[in-house]
Design a protein around this ligand. Structure first.
Ligand code: ATP
Ligand code: MG
Length: 639
């Protein structure tokens, strides 16, 4: 029996779930009415499996819903409290943002941008990033944001795939105190891409750049443009953006999202999950280059007229207490981050967070990876001081918004550390076996989604066939998420990682998340990753990598024995790792996910292979240095 935490915010809306269960279409129909539409829809859902069209016939604009609707009541309210990596700060009110978006939208128009054009945005975490996105959405251009840590070849692939006519970038971006020369990366990426008509360059770091004939400076463009730009009245299913997935499991996919359905999903989940109030200061640490940043830094908070902190730099710069410093400085009330970041903070002990005033916090969230119970409890106790509910939110780039999560803004339910609890209302999720039948309680299976939902992707950009193959071919009638899960006897869902990360040892299928969680439950261990390498007898044998906490003083053989003991008693002897390697960090994608494919190649002594696939989703230099470190420690046989 897992621990239970009865901590809520006193909300107890029983009606919403009931309505959703009764009829999910009319439920979402009601939710969509909370947005501002130029023309109502004639049909709530047009479902031609696997393609869903929501709110058909409706006309809407995302930037209008994020900005214009607040001008009567919230013009002077801060929308973005921006914190630069070097400590500088800026406040943008709803009016500031509204004006800047309109000016920039006019600038885009002056370059000939039209409804339906694709625009690649390759910017650091500066206010001009959401401004660019909202300007695109204002005029009906489809934005495709590429995380600014990507190399030129990854950027090129994405610009080429989306056939973007404009690229928006900066001279440079700050990362851990140094300048990343973004403009140079763009120049390299587009040198053979003739369809790119213009590059718009924001001067952020003022490093020297070369201006080519197709380049325009951001400031020159907006200095000439008017402050008024009427929002385009767009079809509900007009493509709002393309976003490439993290590429944890392979080549990234160009996920295409629409407008009306996506915004409805975000409006509802942002309110239910974060219980947002006018006085809240919201802080989501995700980079806007990933879906969490699109949904819960840009669109979700702005739809609600919330005030949020946006941070430019690395979470550990100038040191690992930067996040706590920001929470204290801005009196943050809601904090949303990743388990990976939490494990990093936890590694450095409790004294750092304890030396800051975190008392304004009232709600904490995580996303991106399974959160192991140890980290959950640390987050709850040390950061939330045992008074903040923790929402572990499961969702994907493809789902657009949260799908499984506690919803303190709606209802109070007991929390279980490590479980994302239940699906949100109006979403139908099952855990099934190979044949698509529901598995019994407490049995591992594949997580599938049985009915369309409003934030659902429209398709994969320019590739309906791939869309069908990836998500709709394993089971004929439901969306295949690619993740493993368990539903317990109370109906709580426990995410066990990716189905293709599963280890097969002597006929047993062992989820990587389960095993890693068991290793991290050792008090000396901060992070862990496991992978399988081929074994003639067992099929696969388990290799574990572990990162020790700063405070750990135990000798390696003792630590190793203790971890093995934990795994044997927690999961069973079958899951005993063959070897445990102690390393100082693990290779991850730039979205913070462990790249087990890479570990597997290292542990099996295989060639890492084509470096370009590694690059998909990972900053090459970071992965390579982690990889070198792993190789060295393997040579030293540190186990
Ligand atoms: P790719 O599909 O290209 O391999 P990716 O799946 O890493 O990339 P994202 O869409 O950013 O790209 O990540 C979604 C995945 O993250 C989910 O499928 C799941 O594996 C994991 N995930 C997200 N949130 C949670 C969570 N709360 N608990 C467990 N896993 C989570
Ligand atoms: Mg995925």
């Amino acid at each position: 029996m897992a621990d239970e935490y009865n901590i809520g915010l006193g909300n107890d809306d029983l009606e919403t779930r009931k309505k959703a269960e009764f009829d999910f279409t009319s439920f979402w129909n009601d939710q969509a009415k909370q947005l501002s539409w130029f023309r109502p829809w004639t049909s709530t859902l047009d479902w031609k499996q696997p393609f869903a069209q929501w709110f058909v016939g409706g006309l809407i604009n995302a930037s209008y819903n994020a900005l214009d609707i607040h001008q009567q009541t919230k013009a002077t309210k801060p929308a973005i409290l921006w914190e630069g990596e070097n400590g500088e700060s800026k406040v943008l009110t709803y009016k500031d943002l509204w004006i800047q978006v309109q000016k920039f939208a006019n600038a885009l128009k002056s370059l000939g941008v039209q409804k339906g054009d694709r625009i690649t945005i390759y910017l650091p975490m500066v206010p001009e990033l959401p401004i660019s996105m909202l300007a695109c959405s204002r005029i009906g251009a489809t934005h495709t944001v590429v995380f600014s840590g990507f190399s030129s070849s990854s950027l090129k692939d994405r610009i080429d795939d989306s056939k973007s006519k404009i690229v928006i970038t900066a001279d440079g971006g700050y990362r851990r105190g140094s300048v990343v020369k973004l403009k140079e990366v763009v120049d390299d990426a587009i040198k053979d891409l003739d369809f790119v008509q213009n590059v718009i360059v924001l001067e952020r770091t003022k490093n020297k750049i070369q201006l080519n004939s197709r380049d325009k400076l951001w400031n020159d463009l907006i200095s000439e443009s008017s402050e008024e730009c009427e929002p385009e009245k767009l079809d509900s299913n007009h493509p709002l953006y393309i976003l490439y997935t993290s590429g944890t499991t392979g080549k990234p996919k160009g996920v295409l999202h629409g407008t009306g359905g996506y915004l409805t999903h975000l409006h509802s989940t942002y309110k239910w999950a974060f219980d947002i109030k006018d006085s809240d200061i919201f802080f989501c640490t995700a980079d806007i280059g990933w879906v969490t940043g699109h949904s819960y830094v840009v669109y979700g908070p702005l739809l609600h007229g919330a005030t949020e902190v946006m941070y430019e730099g690395a979470p550990d710069f100038p040191d690992v207490s930067r996040m706590w410093d920001i929470i204290q400085k801005y009196k943050v009330t809601i904090f949303y981050t990743t388990p990976t970041a939490l494990r990093m903070f936890m590694k450095y002990g409790d004294d750092l967070p304890n030396s800051f005033d975190l008392s304004t916090l009232r709600l904490l969230g995580t996303v991106g990876e399974p959160i192991n119970p140890e980290v959950w409890k640390w987050y709850f106790k040390i950061i939330g001081k045992e008074k903040c509910p923790i929402i572990d939110t499961w969702w994907q780039t493809e789902t657009g918004g949260m799908m499984i999560s506690p919803l303190p803004g709606l209802e109070t339910i007991p929390l279980k550390p490590g479980s994302a609890t239940r699906p949100i209302p109006g979403v139908s999720i099952s855990v099934v076996d190979e044949k698509g039948n529901d598995v019994a309680a407490n049995t591992k299976g594949y997580l599938v989604i049985r009915k369309p939902w409003p934030g659902m992707l429209l398709t994969l950009w320019n590739d309906d066939e791939k869309y069908k193959n990836v998500y709709w071919s394993k089971y004929p009638n439901c969306y295949y998420s690619g993740d493993y899960a368990i539903k317990d006897e109370d109906g709580y869902l426990w995410l066990l990682g990716r189905a293709d990360d599963v280890l097969k040892v002597a006929g047993h299928r062992i989820g990587t998340a389960e095993l890693e969680s068991s290793i991290v439950s050792h008090e000396d261990i901060a992070e862990s990753a496991v992978c399988g390498v081929p074994d003639e007898i067992k099929g696969e044998k388990i290799i574990a990598f572990a990162v020790r906490k700063e405070s750990s003083t135990k000798d390696i053989p003792t630590l190793r024995d203790e971890i093995i003991q934990k795994v044997r008693s927690g999961i069973g002897p079958i899951a005993t790792p063959e070897q445990i390697y102690f390393v100082s960090k693990l290779p991850k994608t730039r979205s913070g996910k462990i790249m087990r494919r890479l570990l597997k190649a290292i542990a099996s002594n295989e060639k890492i292979g084509d470096i370009s696939t590694l690059e998909d989703g990972a900053a090459v230099s970071e992965v390579q240095s982690a990889f070198e470190e792993l190789k060295k420690s393997i040579k030293k046989k540190q186990f």
